[in-house]
Design a protein around this ligand. Sequence first.
Ligand code: SF4
Ligand code: SF4
Length: 72
Amino acid sequence: MATKEKVRIDINLDWCKGCGICIAFCPTKVFDVSADNKPLVARPEDCIQCMLCEIRCPDLAINVGGGTDGEK
Ligand code: SF4
Ligand code: SF4
């Protein structure tokens, strides 16, 4: 039995405008929707790292896997 690895998904809620694109495109429904229509990382263990949310976010508010902007 394989244990699912939790993928790190960082969302900059100050940059997010709540357009809902990431929530709509995520194939495995990792996100829940907050009261102000912003994504909540509810099921990170279901993330398949397709990067659609990161690529599609018009405000570059999502970073999947901790890459591109360096490790913190
Ligand atoms: S990388 Fe893909 S599977 Fe993971 S949260 Fe983003 S859209 Fe969903
Ligand atoms: S796609 Fe980006 S701006 Fe739109 S809801 Fe998701 S994180 Fe926010």
